[in-house]
Write a protein that binds this ligand. Structure first.
Ligand code: FAD
Length: 618
């Protein structure tokens, strides 16, 4: 009887419901359409789809699937059926629900107690309620920090990981100071404008540094490999919605924000943190750690905006959350000088390829390409993701048995190529877009994995070998471009044939100018060879990818962190220095906006626990 009762409560989640493009209202509609009701009726074997009330269903996820193996392109839905509402509005559905059985990956029953999940602020509030005895209430005297009622925590870095760590810690009642070397989004926007229009690079406020971190002037893709339906990812996405992201990010199969949506969101995030008592210091760089008795007791900071008269200041803290991203090379050097354990990590390097977006639409969608209409049409602007293993050859070009993976990375449909250098003598690029994704170009990094073996070939050793490896190719790219942030480029077809591209070159979205160069001479021969092999393989998957109109841009080096800062899995504390909590991408524990935010969030819980702000029950 309990089993029967159970079936008639809570929610049934119905997955992989396909609706052909012709029967769907299109990518922007996340409601329940007639076509979708038909698909639902089929799964629950209900005879008349039009009798099913829309109110009983909610779309959990909607993706577009135009894979060539399908007879026709379709939208694919995951839908929640709310049993109570359905039975109230259509009692005849009773027997059909009663007969429903869970089917792996297609039909799942979610009991009532598992259906609620809120944003991070409500999650922390719930934790505080459950742990109320342990939560500091003004009289609490946690044993770690000698009688003060609130632990003083510095969060260094205002990227996704730092912001989410600061949010959790502030919600738990810690006294948080967020220290960011770059500027707030308003001023940072002006600095980026000066870079793009007048070629002035502010080394402290640019595409990598400033409020929101590297993810702000980005494509704002919110896809992650850590499970899009997981409670933690949902808590992060719901928090972004709370701060102004459109709620379609909770449903879209490939959620995406775009820079125009990220900037106001970050401003709201900041205002919330300030109202929760967080002291935010922009234009302030951490130059050193204050260490006493093998424990971090504070940080030495300086005014990063004032390069000439910068005077340093020592700030005392009970703990330091280090969320500095992977471009803070000076910070890694400082950590090394402080004997913090750092280990080199594999990452990937390569080039950014750009095609006309229309070409990618026609490769991916064939006849449906006309439905894209610069992001305003029925189907999403086409993207791609390719990954292959290629045979690796060692330096003297003798065959070796190992394989190297080559893949597309950070694909930006309807986007533009941007400069992510943090130093005028180095040149590296990435991609960004606006929410509509309406530019006429499609760009993506094409990269191959590199490891200590590759660093060795350039005689680079030690924990920072990967950084030196990046720097080497960023410098070469700057020289090849001829200076002034001009990017060296080559047609894909010419790269394959090892010849310089003749002008006129295909148009590029990169605003600071491009110059024809021998990109096949940029990397060591074995890396160039891997890139060439991979292009040929990608063209088999995406016929037309190798095109006269496709332009390779150099150089893509900062795909993920070249360094890891080892930490305890449980407490998140550095294994070599007490009181230091390395988090996010720069620490080697995340890659991408959402995973960095999730890592920041977990580190916030871990630090809160270590200061007895709660007992660890989440
Ligand atoms: P970061 O975002 O790098 O933040 C670190 C912050 O620390 C920076 O703001 C920096 O100024 C600050 N800092 C560094 N050193 C110090 C110091 N010594 N003192 C004080 N402050 C310091 N990911 C996606 O998931 N989707 C995308 O579409 C996407 N597009 C991207 C486009 C571009 C152009 C770039 C550059 C990156 C993109 N990424 C994207 C990657 C994503 O931005 C990062 O994975 C993510 O931002 C990492 O978050 P983080 O908090 O760990 O570090």
């Amino acid at each position: 009887a309990a089993k029967v009762k159970n079936k008639l409560e809570g929610v049934w989640r119905l997955s992989k419901l396909g609706v052909p493009v012709g029967e769907d209202p299109g990518k922007d509609c996340l409601g329940i359409s007639e076509g979708l009701l038909q698909a639902i009726a089929k799964v629950i074997e209900f005879p008349v789809a039009s009798m099913l009330p829309e109110e009983a269903f909610s779309v959990v996820r909607k993706s577009f699937d135009a894979r060539k193996i399908l007879k026709e392109a379709k939208f694919v839905y995951t839908v929640d059926l709310d049993v109570k509402t359905l039975l109230e509005l259509e009692p005849r559905a009773h027997d059909f629900i009663f007969r429903l059985e869970p089917k792996l990956g297609l039909v799942e029953h979610i009991p009532p107690e598992k259906t609620v999940s809120g944003d991070l602020i409500s999650v922390v509030n719930e934790c505080k309620r459950v742990n109320s005895d342990a939560v500091i209430n003004g009289n609490g005297v946690p044993h770690h920090h000698g009688g003060r009622s609130k632990p003083k925590i510095a969060v260094v870095g205002g990227g996704p990981s730092g912001l989410f760590a600061a949010l959790v810690l502030a919600e738990f009642g810690a006294d948080v100071t967020l220290i960011e070397r770059g500027q707030a989004v308003e001023e940072r926007g002006r600095d980026i404008g000066a870079l793009v229009v007048r070629r002035i690079l502010d080394m402290e406020s640019n595409f990598c540094f400033g409020e929101g971190g590297a993810g702000t002037w980005s494509d704002g893709k919110l896809v992650t490999r850590i499970g899009k339906n997981s409670a933690t990812v949902l808590a992060v996405l719901k928090t972004l919605v709370r701060f102004g992201a459109p709620d379609n990010i909770l449903v879209n199969g490939k959620p995406h924000l775009g820079t125009d949506k990220l900037v106001p969101l970050l401003r709201n995030f900041r205002h919330y943190l300030q109202s929760a008592g967080v002291n935010i210091r922009f234009g302030t760089r951490v130059d050193d750690l204050l260490v006493d008795d093998s424990r971090v007791v504070g940080v030495r900071v300086s005014d990063s905006a004032d390069q000439l008269h910068s005077s340093s200041q020592d700030l005392k803290f009970d703990a330091v959350v280090l969320a500095v991203g992977h471009s803070a090379r000076d910070t890694y050097e400082m950590l090394l000088s402080r004997n913090v354990e750092l280990t080199p990590k594999d990452f990937a390097v390569g080039l950014r390829v750009e095609h006309p977006q229309e070409l990618i639409n026609s490769i991916q969608y064939s006849d449906l390409a006309s439905e894209v209409r610069k992001g305003r049409g029925k189907v999403p602007v086409a993207d791609y993701k390719v990954v292959q293993y290629v045979n690796d050859k060692d330096e003297d070009l003798s065959e070796s048995s190992s394989k190297r993976s080559c893949y597309s990375f950070c694909m930006c449909p309807g986007g533009q190529v941007v400069l992510t250098s943090t130093n005028p003598n180095e040149l590296c690029i990435n991609g960004m877009s606006f929410s509509r994704r309406s530019s006429k170009w499609a760009n993506a990094a094409l990269v191959v994995t590199v490891s200590a073996k590759d660093f060795d070939l350039l005689n680079l050793t030690g924990p920072l070998a990967g950084i030196e490896f990046q720097r080497e190719f960023e410098r070469r790219a700057a020289i090849m471009g001829g200076g002034d942030f001009t990017v060296p480029v080559q047609r894909v077809t010419d790269f394959l044939q090892n010849k310089l591209s003749e002008t006129p070159l295909p148009s590029s979205s990169y605003r600071l100018g491009v110059k024809s160069a021998n990109l096949h001479e940029l990397f060591p021969a074995h890396i160039t060879d891997s890139l060439r092999q991979s292009l040929s393989m990608f063209d088999k998957e995406l016929p037309g990818f190798i095109s006269e109109e496709a332009l390779l841009h150099g150089v893509e080096t900062r795909t993920s962190s070249p360094v890891r800062i080892p930490r305890s899995n449980e407490t998140y504390e550095s294994t070599s220095l007490k009181g230091l909590y390395p988090v996010g991408e720069g620490a080697g524990y995340a890659g991408g906006i959402v995973s960095a935010a999730v890592d920041g969030m977990f580190s916030g819980f871990a630090v809160a626990k270590s200061f007895d702000l709660f007992d660890g029950t989440v």
